[in-house]
Ligand binder design. Structure first.
Ligand SMILES: Cc1cc2nc3c(=O)[nH]c(=O)nc-3n(C[C@H](O)[C@H](O)[C@H](O)COP(=O)(O)OP(=O)(O)OC[C@H]3O[C@@H](n4cnc5c(N)ncnc54)[C@H](O)[C@@H]3O)c2cc1C
Length: 327
């Protein structure tokens, strides 16, 4: 990518401050990630859409980053335009039993707004970090509820098409996956349907969820939540813990002592360290239980299939010594 030319064009389009060589470690909860050639936080939806239309038309590589709480960004960074919708899309409105929210709003804020409006259904989200946009892509969930249970309709930007409505069915939400991953949609807004409920009851449930999280997750150290998805009828954390893997370390990446399915950054961990540790865990779990753990964290870096290369490619590329088959 010719970063100078792209930066110049984006400035001409008036889509917000264009930052070059912005370290993505500043924008991820792991505190890991090399620089983005260009980092852009458009001030409003029009500017965001203008920027998206332009990068798509010019075939400039781009990537939308929410709060960076579910990603592992390459140490080499990204030779791309990284767009953050956090400034452009951070509105929430109440309409009857619905919340209409921009994709840049924090999920925790949505849970609190629902509580203030006396609407139940968003309590599960009170301690899930990240933006609504990231939660839609990942179909984030906790305590038995997922985004798919509350989302009715979405507004997305589709490459080559522009802004359009998408139904919840079309979004095809499933366990930590959605059609966003395949369609390359960018989430702009969601209509969330809730149910009237006693605010005191809502608050008590939210407090319970927050306390549970403090007790069971490494809240103090940089991390990206669960690194692996739970395999059918089991828990990734249980399998990893049974290996005695809590405390295993590669560089400054460490399997959390609090929750075995979390990897924490103990200071200066690199993406390479985290990837190596994940590979080891995956290998040992497969060797002992013949279960293939699938990453929940998304890999953002060079690789086959664009910036979000499938992990399978990475495992296979790295291949050495793995016993499980490549797909
Ligand atoms: C301590 C901790 C606890 C967590 N607990 C949970 C939990 O209980 N349940 C759970 O489900 N997750 C959990 N997570 C993971 C994470 O919080 C969620 O997946 C969250 O929804 C990600 O949002 P984000 O804005 O940070 O997305 P990012 O990490 O920024 O992005 C994730 C993916 O979404 C894409 N994306 C982001 N915004 C948009 C958009 N507007 N349009 C299109 N694509 C977009 C990105 O390109 C990327 O592919 C946890 C993470 C941490 C650090």
């Amino acid at each position: 990518m010719d970063a100078e030319r792209v930066a110049q064009e984006l400035r001409r389009l008036d889509v917000g401050a264009v930052q070059q060589e912005e370290p993505l470690a500043r924008h991820t909860s792991f505190r890991i990630g090399g620089p983005a050639a260009i980092y852009l936080q458009p001030p409003n939806q029009e500017a965001l859409v203008r920027a998206l239309d332009w990068v798509h038309r010019e075939a400039v590589p781009y990537f939308v980053l929410g709060q960076g709480t579910n990603v592992l960004v390459s140490d080499q960074g990204l030779d791309a335009v990284v767009l953050s919708p956090s400034r452009a899309l951070r509105y929430v409105d109440t309409k009857g039993d619905q919340l209409i929210a921009g994709a840049g709003v924090l999920l925790t804020k949505l849970a609190h707004r629902a509580h203030q409006a006396g609407l139940g259904g968003m309590e599960f989200a009170v301690s899930i970090p990240g933006t609504l946009g990231g939660a839609l892509v990942m179909n984030a969930g906790a305590h038995g509820t997922e985004m798919k249970d509350v989302v009715r309709q979405l507004v997305v930007w589709e490459p080559g098409v522009g802004v359009r409505l998408v139904s919840s069915t079309e979004a095809d939400f499933a366990y930590r996956s959605s059609a966003f991953m395949r369609q390359k949609w960018i989430a702009l807004e969601a209509q969330i349907e809730l149910t009237p409920k006693d605010p005191g009851e809502i608050l008590s449930t939210m407090r319970h969820h927050m306390e549970y999280r403090k007790r069971t997750q490494p809240v103090g150290d940089p991390n990206a939540g669960s690194v692996f998805k739970n395999p059918p009828n089991d828990y990734a954390g249980r399998l990893i813990e049974s290996l005695g893997a809590k405390g295993w370390r590669l560089g400054d990446a460490e399997v959390s002592q609090v929750h075995a399915n979390f990897i924490v950054n103990r200071g200066h961990a690199t993406a390479h360290d985290v990837l190596g540790l994940m590979r080891r865990l995956r290998h040992e779990v497969y060797a002992r239980y013949a279960v293939q753990l699938r990453p929940e964290v998304r890999w953002i870096g060079p690789g086959e299939g664009g910036f979000e290369a499938t992990w399978e490619n990475l495992w296979c590329e790295a291949g050495k010594g793995l016993t499980e088959p490549c797909e």
